[in-house]
Design a protein around this ligand. Structure first.
Ligand code: HEM
Length: 512
């Protein structure tokens, strides 16, 4: 009887807990195969270390410091290595590399999209099916839809701010444009961010609010998986019933899909070419339509992956150009010269993608350089070392199944590739270092991810970024209200965004 007293049971439980903690520390620090790799003590024994730095927002800075101290490979969780050598990207992100369980959070709902499918073979099968609407030839067809939203945006800014002289925060306004572009090419109609001049339905705020929980859930995945099996799971898995930002996005998506299905029944889709229609018309390898729940997951991904990221990239381009007066002058001189020579259309018309690419190399270099120095997703993207055999890094064996990751922020600052000024925003490097070096910069670029899982919306994003900031700069003369610090750059859960880019604008005189 005495043996089973409450005190003894509690002692037993405490003893067991202490044994688990001691085992975790001793095994992972001294006996685990990754114990041969350097890093912080706490990182080697618990995932709480990286979750803590992710919440604190200094994950990248801490990793950078560790690499300075220990070299190109450091251990950042008990089972994960971080590599800052850009030339190792093709090895780590090889075609058959599976994603790790870091991706299974439930933050985007129950159903998986191509983004969080872990198995490389399963992903390859689905990616083949859903890739068509993202192909460059399809994006070219969408160019007029993208132009329409950019022009609406410019007109609205003109009416609301250029004509009045009122100051405004460019940060949310850039994201408004990106949301309306995505909804226009994704579903055939803009959400109405530009027209209403506000965060419709709180989607942007909701998305930003969800970033920290998303980052933490991904980093603590064994714990996340465990909780998802309990009654608390419903709070971790996003659903349309939730009041969260993702819940709002899901409801919005469901309404759009419902309406589209009705249009299809009524025969009133009028030959649409948007992404939703392409998914609804897609067939799997057996000629069957894709399950509706799966289409919903892919459409949600378009909303989540495509708007905020592009808005951030737009603002990164602006921030760097504005912070460097010589770059600003050079960009405008190039645009104006191309306009005078008739290589770009008159300022009232948005230049075609091909025109910008052919006649504004310096501007294009600014876009590439801004995305190099300030990537929209400065976070970890873990893959598993291949089965069987694993791989070898700097002479050390990395066992199969080990999590390996790079981070765009850090590989883009690799002095082995970019030289001692890797930290500096220098668009000239893309032009003056010669075509071979530029090809090398492109080869080791991770702004859109890497390898077989590289961003499907890359061409859509480039289409927007090659046009919208350029058209904005040639349309308005800009005054930044806080020249010392044009904007605040925040990283939450591994995703970055800008706030407080206050400016005034006036219409630019036509180029003669
Ligand atoms: C500047 C804008 C963008 C950036 C920086 C960006 C970044 C990324 C990154 C880093 C990944 C890879 C994630 C990983 O390896 O786990 C990714 C994947 C993806 N992105 Fe983007 N993205 C952008 C715009 C877009 C747009 C506009 C869309 C769609 C309209 C989109 C759709 C996707 C999809 C579907 C995937 C998953 C691809 C796959 O796993 O096969 N993205 N994106």
């Amino acid at each position: 009887m005495a043996l089973l007293s409450f005190g003894n049971v509690a002692l037993l439980a405490l003893g067991y807990l202490i044994w688990c903690v001691v085992y975790q520390i001793v095994y992972y620090r001294f006996f685990h195969p990754l114990s041969q790799f350097p890093g912080s003590f706490w990182a080697s024994v618990t995932r709480l270390w990286i979750a803590y730095h992710n919440i604190k927002g200094d994950e990248v800075a801490v990793l950078q410091k560790l690499h300075k101290k220990y070299g190109p490979v450091v251990r950042i969780t008990p089972t994960m290595l971080h590599v800052n050598d850009a030339t190792k990207l093709p090895v780590i992100y090889s075609r058959n590399a599976n994603k790790s369980q870091h991706y299974v959070t439930g933050s985007f709902g129950k159903e998986e999209s191509v983004f969080n499918m872990q198995d490389a073979a399963v992903h390859a099968r689905f990616r083949r099916i859903v890739a068509a609407p993202y192909s460059f030839s399809n994006v070219k067809k969408m160019e007029p839809l993208i132009d329409e939203q950019i022009q609406n945006w410019i007109d609205k800014l003109d009416e609301q701010f250029a004509c009045t002289g009122d100051k405004f925060d460019l940060a949310p306004w850039a994201v408004y444009m990106a949301y309306d572009v995505i909804s226009s090419i994704g579903f055939g109609a803009p959400f109405g961010f530009i027209e209403q001049g506000r965060d419709v339905g709180g989607l942007i705020k909701g998305f930003h609010d969800g970033l920290v929980p998303f980052g933490v859930m991904a980093r603590l995945y064994p714990f996340t998986k465990l909780v998802k099996r309990t009654f608390l799971g419903k709070y971790l898995v996003a659903s349309p019933e939730q009041e969260s930002g993702i819940g709002a996005l899901m409801r919005f998506r469901d309404r759009l899909i419902e309406k589209r299905l009705k249009d299809i029944d009524a025969g009133t889709t009028n030959g649409r070419i948007d992404i939703l229609q392409t998914f609804l018309e897609a067939r799997d390898d057996n000629g069957k339509p894709l399950p509706l729940d799966y289409i919903k997951a892919e459409i949600l991904l378009v909303l989540i992956a495509g708007a905020d990221t592009t808005g951030t990239a737009f603002l990164a381009v602006m921030q760097h150009i504005l912070a460097h007066p010589s770059v600003f002058d050079k960009v405008l001189a190039e645009i104006d010269a191309a306009t005078r020579q008739g290589r770009l259309p008159a300022p009232g018309t948005i230049p075609a993608y091909d025109q910008v690419l052919a006649h504004c190399p310096y501007y294009i270099a600014c876009v590439r350089e801004a995305m190099r120095v300030t990537p929209a997703a400065p976070t970890i993207f873990p893959r598993l070392a291949p089965h069987p055999g694993g791989l070898v890094l700097y002479g050390k064996h990395v066992p199969a199944g080990t999590e390996l990751t790079c981070n765009p922020w850090l590989v883009h600052r690799d002095t082995r590739v970019y030289g001692p000024d890797a930290d500096v925003f220098l668009p000239e490097r893309w032009l003056d270092d010669g075509p071979e070096k530029a090809a090398e910069y492109a080869r080791y670029n991770m702004a859109f991810g890497y390898g077989a899982r590289v961003c499907l919306g890359k061409d859509i994003a480039y289409m927007e970024l090659f046009k919208a900031p350029l058209h904005f700069l040639r349309s308005f003369r800009l005054t930044v209200l806080n020249e010392q610090r044009p904007a605040r750059y925040l990283v939450k859960g591994g995703v970055s965004y800008f706030e407080d880019m206050w400016v005034t604008i006036e219409r630019r005189a036509p180029v003669v």
